[in-house]
Ligand binder design. Sequence first.
Ligand code: CUA
Length: 158
Amino acid sequence: MDKSEKLALTLSGMLLVLFFGAIMYASVAQNIEVPTCITDMEPFATDTLFQTGPDTYELQMVSRMWAFQPSTVRLPVGSTVDLYVTSQDIIHGFKVDRKNINLMAIPGAINYMRVTFNEPGEYLYACHEFCGAAHHTMAGRFIIEEGIDEPEVEGDAL
Ligand code: CUA
């Protein structure tokens, strides 16, 4: 083996040991952990819909292969929803039919839009970013009705 090859190999080996040592030092001595996913943190991990005023709500929408959580959101007519969208795995899209809502659902990021539902009816939402084999099944709906006292969500746990 050439002398310079030996030197390069030795240096690479020493660097590997050095980097591994640095990782071990950070995790054991400094107790530093890798940041967790947004979707494992509050409020995405548990609650999805909060009432923030008489007609206003905050909705935490998680997208994943291949569903939205929640999959159904039932709200009274006249509701304004602050919509926070993120992804648990890969990039998805979030588009609400008949509303000017078109967001990307990106892992590690939260995207926001506000939407008001003044007309009763069903407003489908769907993933508009090709995300794999069951992309075409990735959808949900807002159900906007008169006379709802308790807003509700379905499809929390997948
Ligand atoms: Cu998610 Cu397409």
